[in-house]
Design a binder for this molecule. Sequence first.
Ligand SMILES: Nc1ncnc2c1ncn2[C@@H]1O[C@H](COP(=O)(O)OP(=O)(O)OP(=O)(O)O)[C@@H](O)[C@H]1O
Length: 328
Amino acid sequence: MIHARALTRNFKTKSGLVEAVRGLGLDVAEGELVAFLGPNGAGKSTAVRMLTTLLPLTAGSATVGGHDVASDPAGVRLKIGYVGQGTGSGPYHRVRDELVTQGRAQRMTSAAARARADELIGMLELDGLADRNCASLSGGQKRRLDVALGLMHTPPILFLDEPSTGLDPHSRANLWEHISRIRKQSGMTIFLTTHYLEEADTMAERVMVIDKGVMIADDTPARLKADLAGDTLHVSLLREDQTAAATAIARTLPAMRDAQVNGRAVAVTLRDGEAALPEFLRRLHQSGIETASARVDRPTLDDVFLGLTGRSLREAAVGAGMAVSRSS
Ligand SMILES: Nc1ncnc2c1ncn2[C@@H]1O[C@H](COP(=O)(O)OP(=O)(O)OP(=O)(O)O)[C@@H](O)[C@H]1O
């Protein structure tokens, strides 16, 4: 549904050339929900704006819904809905009118636009708000209206650029409930950019990680975490003088990547921690090493980013003043 090859976009600025997107290649199949993840300024929005025909390509090529973004932008636009970062509704227009106007702009007949507007008002729980001015809606209601605007012409592909940024956890969960239900009903392909690591982890079937304009990972969240981060066993010993022996045993565990000592605690990073922990404890016991506590920590997508770049996506986001939350 979405294919890009060597997608490139440079910006000329007073301080020089900004290489926002550098030779990106990506493929999204029909019906997939893919999250595009990366720190502030990584090139996510620039890539999405090229794929949605809002920005010309410097180099490379892309097709969306079978249409070339450069030679057939009108064909692309008929196939996609786009929900950008800012709200798409005019403040002094009423909710239903705004939807109908959008439908008319998409060449729907007046009757079809009205019928679809009412359908989406129901689907996105905007009932009771249809005759209100858009300016009077809450943040969550506005975002749901933005999604409704993007869906007026029933596109098979939906681009969502940070759909839930700025929303409280309850409104975020509510927005996702709606998007998930609509997706289940329609089989829509969804391409989403987000700063919320947990949102990407739980909602997306595939995560693409972009950094400095380059794709650095592309896989399911589970595989990214298993391959690039791994689980961590935290085992606390009764005696500090046994940590060296415990670490030596840890290093013999299958798929062991790293072992660190901190006081009486040993932290072992490896693949499939749940399977490895009983074996580790058994070997420690056999060697006369007694343990006080043990647990397995699962990695997050931030651990994946840290493993790939040596930087924390969460800290990069917080440093840049962006909204990042553990809850999704
Ligand atoms: N119109 C523009 N002119 C000059 N530079 C730009 C322009 N648009 C984007 N850039 C630069 O391109 C780079 C990528 O920006 P982009 O907005 O695509 O990143 P992003 O990953 O979407 O970031 P964010 O998460 O903050 O939205 C940044 O360095 C940005 O400053």
